[in-house]
Design a protein around this ligand. Sequence first.
Ligand code: NAD
Ligand code: IPM
Ligand code: MN
Length: 368
Amino acid sequence: MSNPSLLILPGDGIGPEVMAEVTKIIDWYGTKGGLKFDVSTDLVGGCAYDKHGVPLADETMAKAQEVDAVLLGAVGGPKYDNLDFSVKPERGLLRLRKEMDLYANLRPAQCFDALADFSSLKKDVVAGLDIMIVRELTSGVYFGEPRGIFEEGNERVGINTQRYTESEIDRVARSAFELARKRNNKVCSMEKANVMESGILWREVVQKVHDEDYPDVELTHMYADAGAMQLTRWPKQFDVIVTDNLFGDLLSDLAAMLTGSLGMLPSASLGAPMANGRPKALYEPVHGSAPDIAGQGKANPIACILSFAMALRYSFDQGAEADRLEKAVEKVLADGLRTADLLGEEGVQPVSTSEMGDAIVAALDASL
Ligand code: NAD
Ligand code: IPM
Ligand code: MN
């Protein structure tokens, strides 16, 4: 049988820097960990625009549809701020999500013990935290029509449309309930049914899916604004949170700070199963291209490395290897290694992006 295939899209800014560390991990699995992958690399975002005039070439899109999993670094940066909206780097990522139909975006927020002091919240609020945000990723206000900037009388109007069909809500709700069954069996659904019709439909459909097929899972509903407040007040009340595209974007950045740094948060974007049974999948850190630190060796590669751990778990059925990689990350943090985003303890010198990657590879060696 041929090896599973990976398409790596490092992207812009710190994307290539953090992805270089993931490549070390992939190489480790190929040489010592007994898991070989066929890896190809391509462009997405601003670097693709520089070469092709578009943030995602059709050939790259076609490759992404064929491989077993896509790994993406990050896209965007100030150099591209003034480009026409249709070719902005972010459009490349959104095209991948939409055309691969990656409707369930899993964004786990876990607080490693060694980092419980790094959150801006009190240690006992975050210590031991392990929640999973399931963000709907292919619909809602990100994609709804009509959209655009239009002339209206003597001024312009900017329009985006929040739109959800029942089937779009149904399928992401199922993803959340399935995940909950493997965790602590609780789902909290967040919307704004008090002010939005799409929120009313969201709440109804999630409740119906629950009552018909997942009555064993505890389901609660919360307005998303209250949810943001509860996430900072006592985040450990949650297990799985399911929410729409825009609320999920905001709530997952908020959840990142519960773990100590945005540089810690991985994600998996999953779609329907392919012919080989594997879900269509793209794995990427939650953070962006971090232009303020790009090119300085300061980026924390852990979010990207943990995204690869999610690939092992969700695309390749290698849960034990995902655990091994996550434990390796936990070990280097427990040993006191910190990239610059995680400083705060007296006398601790930061390690570089590549030193952090090397230390995680060494911890993998030690785990054999
Ligand atoms: P950002 O996530 O790039 O950065 C926010 C802050 O977090 C910055 O101070 C940055 O230095 C820090 N940070 C982020 N990742 C880090 C890491 N791994 N290690 C250490 N520090 C890290 O968000 P932004 O500044 O709002 O956006 C910058 C660009 O990235 C924009 O063009 C935006 O559209 C894009 N973006 C892309 C993605 C993606 O590709 N998935 C996600 C978010 C933002
Ligand atoms: C994310 C990012 C993206 C989003 C952008 C870059 C398109 O913020 O993945 O969280 O808004 O979804
Ligand atoms: Mn975001």
